[in-house]
Structure formats: structure tokens, C-alpha cells
Design a protein around this ligand. Structure first.
Ligand SMILES: *[C@@H]1O[C@H](CO)[C@@H](O)[C@H](O)[C@H]1NC(C)=O
Ligand SMILES: *[C@@H]1O[C@H](CO)[C@@H](O)[C@H](O)[C@H]1NC(C)=O
Length: 194
């Protein structure tokens, strides 16, 4: 009887003991798991922070301009059109003094120019990149009053290249008109660096 009681008692003690071991083992496992999880999340967060910071630093510079010719202008052959009214010029790469855009980064650019001329007059222009003719536009509207003409161009431009609109070698009297508020204009923007 005594042994039986002792056995029961020790079984009881053993029960409590093993349970508490199990308990503390569970807690240890839990806290180890949580510690690893926090470590993983912290590393993940550090990695993401690094990616975001790098992305912000390397974000492509904005390069774009829109300029207009503020008054009626008549140009002879081979004359650069000096767009004098800057509406916007992010990056400050267009010079209204000489009408030339200086390319700040190598990439694909979009250029577009719009011309107004007068009845029976002609405007014959070229888009030149580093003095190479990329596209040209011959505008003659006959006896119509004022019809705009526009060209849109996509091309590769190297850093430092000069880009401008000039009259051709053939037409001696290019009349840029200013019907009411309408003006001839020239625009360009960086599509992407490469
Ligand atoms: C831990 O042990 C106590 C006492 O034996 C018990 O009441 C409790 O339910 C146990 N907890 C867990 C999470 O096992
Ligand atoms: C964090 O970045 C390193 C290096 O790229 C990589 O080895 C590790 O697995 C990344 N950690 C996490 C949690 O994404």
C-alpha cells in the first residue's frame, strides 16, 4: 500500500514536472520561432528599404520643353528658328537665345514642331540633330488662311548633341504667321535613357 501510494505520488510529481518541461519547451520553441521571424522580417525590410532608396536616387531626370515663336517671323534659307517664348523647360536645356536644345542624356527623344504660315506663303523646315536632317516639313497652304502643320519624330540623341529647327536650303522666304493667339512651336522630351 505504501509503495502504491508512493508510486502514485511520484507519478503525480513526475506528471507536473514533465508537463512544465513540455510547457517551457513550447515557450522556448515559440520564442525562438518569433525571434527568427522578427530577424527575417527585419532583413526583408532592410532589403526593401535599400531597393526603394536606390530607385529614388536613380529616378530618370525629367527632360522636356515647349517653346513658341512670339511674333511674325520671316526667315531666309538655312536659318535656325529662334523660338523665343519658353512655356516650359524642365532641366533648362533649351536656349531661347539661339533656339537650340542641348541634349543632357543619351536616349530616345520625341520631338515635334508645328508651323503656321500665311495664305500663299511657304515655310520649309528641317529638324536637325547634330546637324543631321532627321525629318523635314514643307508647308504651303495655297489660298487657305491659316492651317497648322505638325511633324512628330522619335529618334536617338547622344548626350551633348544639339537639336534645332531650321529653314531648308531651297526656300528663300519662310513666313511664320501668328494668326490670333496661334503660334508656331517646338517641343521635345526624353522618352527614356539608354
Ligand atoms: C502549462 O502547464 C500548466 C500547468 O500544468 C497547464 O495548466 C497549462 O495548460 C500548460 N500550458 C500549455 C500551453 O501547455
Ligand atoms: C536580403 O538580401 C540579401 C542579398 O541580396 C539576400 O541574400 C537575402 O536573402 C535577402 N533577405 C530577405 C529576407 O529577403
Amino acid at each position: 500500500m505504501f509503495f502504491f501510494k508512493a508510486f502514485l505520488f511520484s507519478s503525480f510529481l513526475f506528471g507536473i514536472y514533465s508537463k512544465s518541461i513540455q510547457n517551457s519547451t513550447n515557450e522556448e520553441q515559440d520564442s525562438t520561432f518569433l525571434r527568427n521571424e522578427v530577424k527575417f522580417l527585419k532583413e526583408r525590410l532592410d532589403n526593401l528599404t535599400e531597393i526603394v532608396e536606390k530607385g529614388t536616387k536613380n529616378r530618370q531626370k525629367s527632360v522636356l520643353y515647349f517653346v513658341r515663336l512670339s511674333s511674325k517671323t520671316t526667315l531666309n534659307i538655312n536659318s535656325i528658328v529662334k523660338y523665343d517664348k519658353v512655356i516650359t523647360d524642365e532641366g533648362g536645356n533649351f536656349n531661347p537665345g539661339d533656339g537650340i536644345f542641348v541634349c543632357p542624356v543619351t536616349g530616345i527623344y520625341l520631338f515635334s514642331w508645328t508651323v503656321f504660315t500665311a495664305s500663299s506663303k511657304i515655310v520649309d523646315t528641317e529638324l536637325r540633330v547634330d546637324n543631321v536632317i532627321i525629318d523635314s516639313m514643307y508647308v504651303y497652304i495655297g489660298t487657305s488662311s491659316h492651317v497648322p502643320a505638325t511633324k512628330v519624330v522619335l529618334c536617338q540623341v547622344k548626350k551633348g548633341d544639339h537639336v534645332w529647327i531650321q529653314t531648308s536650303a531651297h526656300t528663300t522666304e519662310n513666313v511664320f504667321e501668328t494668326p490670333t493667339a496661334s503660334r508656331s512651336s517646338f517641343t521635345g522630351m526624353l522618352v527614356h535613357e539608354n
